[in-house]
Design a protein around this ligand. Structure first.
Ligand code: FES
Length: 106
């Protein structure tokens, strides 16, 4: 499957043949700058992404813990999600996201 990621500089990076179980892992495996400090436990929010409008309804709803974590991030928006909580299933082929401020080491 394919995932399209805009990094924090606005550069579009196409991830092909993605087999990672979650979006955070796919982004990290591709070598993009994402902190993901808790490695996917939904306890750090340093994997924050903005999901493109067209894809938001295709994702599972935001969970209670994810929602609480997103409440403390800078710049929460309508499409805000923790990328470690997005499981990459076939119906998400072509998923497009933007790495949010605060999700990387820069
Ligand atoms: S990696 Fe920590 S909340 Fe996603």
């Amino acid at each position: 499957m394919k995932v399209l990621v805009f990094d924090r500089r606005g550069r579009l990076v196409e991830l092909d043949n993605v087999s990672a179980p979650t979006l955070m892992r796919a982004v990290r495996d591709a070598g993009l700058d994402i902190t993901a400090q808790c490695s996917g436990c939904a306890s750090c929010a340093t994997c924050h992404v903005y999901v493109d409008d067209a894809w938001q309804a295709k994702l599972k709803p935001v969970g209670e813990i994810e929602d609480a974590m997103l409440d403390v991030v800078e710049g929460r928006q309508e499409g805000s999600r923790l990328s470690c909580q997005i499981e990459l299933t076939e119906n998400l082929d072509g998923l497009t996201v933007t790495l949010a401020p605060g999700s990387g080491f820069d």
